[in-house]
Design a protein around this ligand. Sequence first.
Ligand SMILES: C[S@@+](CC[C@H](N)C(=O)[O-])C[C@H]1O[C@@H](n2cnc3c(N)ncnc32)[C@H](O)[C@@H]1O
Length: 128
Amino acid sequence: MALCRRHAGLSATVVDLPGSARIGREIVEQAGMSDRLTYVEGDMYEVDLGGPHDGALCFSIIHHLTPDLTRRLFTRVREALRPGAPITVLDLFDREPGEQPGSGSFLGLFFQLTSAAATYSPARSAAG
Ligand SMILES: C[S@@+](CC[C@H](N)C(=O)[O-])C[C@H]1O[C@@H](n2cnc3c(N)ncnc32)[C@H](O)[C@@H]1O
């Protein structure tokens, strides 16, 4: 919604599971932005992502995913984008080799225990 407010010509497609999508739709409706934001409800590995889109935001999702599932997600997203369009990843990241562990490293342990996933370093996320 923030990006759509900032850029008059921008519209967005949000992919989420049914429970979250239901709440998200309510928030979007209350903000009076239902004409700009469309929800695609379902599993991001199965739903039609549409496109070609001009960019994609993958926010706070890859820490729930194994490296293999992250690759599958990014591949699907890339296929739904026009050539050269950016994929922007916002997440908690682990340290790079040689850096001190930080909160992202600690939360990686939490995600390992709860999702069997982890936090990944920015370089590892970019390299696949
Ligand atoms: C930590 S929240 C982040 C939500 C949002 N991207 C943000 O940054 O505020 C993770 C979201 O991923 C959604 N999610 C998890 N697995 C999914 C899947 N297989 N397909 C679609 N959405 C999924 C959850 O429903 C939840 O809304």
